[in-house]
Design a protein around this ligand. Structure first.
Ligand code: UT7
Length: 312
């Protein structure tokens, strides 16, 4: 069976916070943030908007693009490190809001690689014939776990959500190969502390990511016996433009073939890949039959990549 993405959606909070705004709260500057990370601004959700609200709106968009009703969904998987509360899951909250009464629901915890883990989990349920349609969402309100006095992390993150409906697609299309991985020995480099704040050893995570993201990108293409320049579009986790460029350069593809939403949205953890993907689809940057690679990494440490032929 060929299993792929039937529709995508994303949600962005309206509140824009620029690098200059951050200069007023921590000792930083626009030039440092832009040159070290590629970020110019990010969106932050207001007090009354929680992770599930953003997930819900992204899911509605994906259902609409897939031309499916909420009742058609058999399983909801929400990748998040910022659930409204530890339970019930964000997936259960949006199951009710959407009216997806036939869907099982659970959250997936794999940090910034969460959407990749969700996507591949969805594929397994469909491959076995157990389910037909799985809704996979990446949603994060990172602003609620950001230490706003720590300049080494607070300039990096933003809020938002992205979603995809996964199901059967036509011959030759859909997910062609994947790679998932984890290294729990690296847990200490990126985690949530007892005060509910993100703690990150930026240099160590950078060293890991700048090797892993290009490796995984190339691995999923080589599994197919294809050449790197067969890739039409790359959607990497939007963590740092320098890490993203390392993956793009290893593939040897031109700049216009890589999603670059980091400038406007910062790092949205599990939401960054589906947000960038949905935006690229809406902007017409991804066309039918394009070979695309999604690749991410994050706390855990975790990583994942998928090569897929776009289209229904
Ligand atoms: O999705 C989660 C995965 N996380 C990541 O992908 C993060 C991976 N790491 C990175 O992206 C980079 O390591 C950072 C962007 C976090 C930092 O960039 P860097 O080039 O590795 O900088 P650094 O940590 O080596 O720090 C260089 C200098 C330091 O000052 P000294 O020690 O050289 O005097 C920092 O104190 O920059 C200083 N610095 C800042 N200066 C202005 C750190 N943060 C800031 C800041 N503004 N916000």
């Amino acid at each position: 069976m060929n299993i792929g993405i039937l529709g995508t959606g994303h949600y962005l909070p309206t509140n824009v916070v620029t690098n200059n705004d951050l200069e007023k709260i921590v000792d930083t500057n626009d030039e440092w943030i832009r040159t070290r990370t590629g970020i110019k601004e990010r969106r932050l959700a207001t007090e009354e908007v929680d992770t599930s609200d953003m997930a819900f709106h992204a899911a509605l968009g994906a259902l609409e693009e897939a031309n499916l009703a909420a009742e058609d969904i058999d399983l909801i998987l929400v990748a998040t490190v910022t659930p409204n509360t530890s339970f019930p899951s964000v997936a259960c909250i949006i199951q009710d809001q959407l009216g997806a009464k036939n869907a099982a629901a659970m959250d997936v915890s794999a940090a910034c690689a969460g959407f990749m883990y969700g996507l591949i989990t969805a594929k397994q349920f469909i491959d076995t014939g157990a389910y037909k349609h799985v809704l996979v969402v990446g949603a994060e309100k990172l602003s609620k776990i950001t230490d706003w006095s720590d300049r080494t992390t607070c300039v990096l993150f933003g809020d938002g959500a992205g979603a995809a409906v996964v199901g059967e697609v036509g011959e030759g299309k859909g997910i062609l190969s994947f790679e998932l991985g984890a290294n729990g020995a690296g847990a200490k480099e990126l985690y949530l502390n007892h005060d509910d704040h993100i703690i990150m050893n930026g240099r160590e995570v950078y060293k890991f990511a700048v090797r892993q993201m290009p490796d995984s990108t190339v691995n999923v293409i080589e599994q197919l016996g294809l050449s790197r320049d067969d890739v039409d579009y790359l959607v990497p986790h939007q963590a740092n433009i320098r890490i993203m460029e390392a993956a793009r350069e290893r593939l040897g593809i031109s700049e216009d073939k890589m999603a670059k939403s980091i400038e406007k949205f910062g790092n949205n953890s599990s939401a960054s890949i589906p947000m960038a993907l949905s935006e690229a689809v809406k902007e017409g940057k991804i066309k039918d039959n394009d070979l695309i690679v999604l690749v991410g990494f994050g706390g855990g440490l975790t990583w994942g990549a998928v090569a897929l032929r776009w289209g229904k």
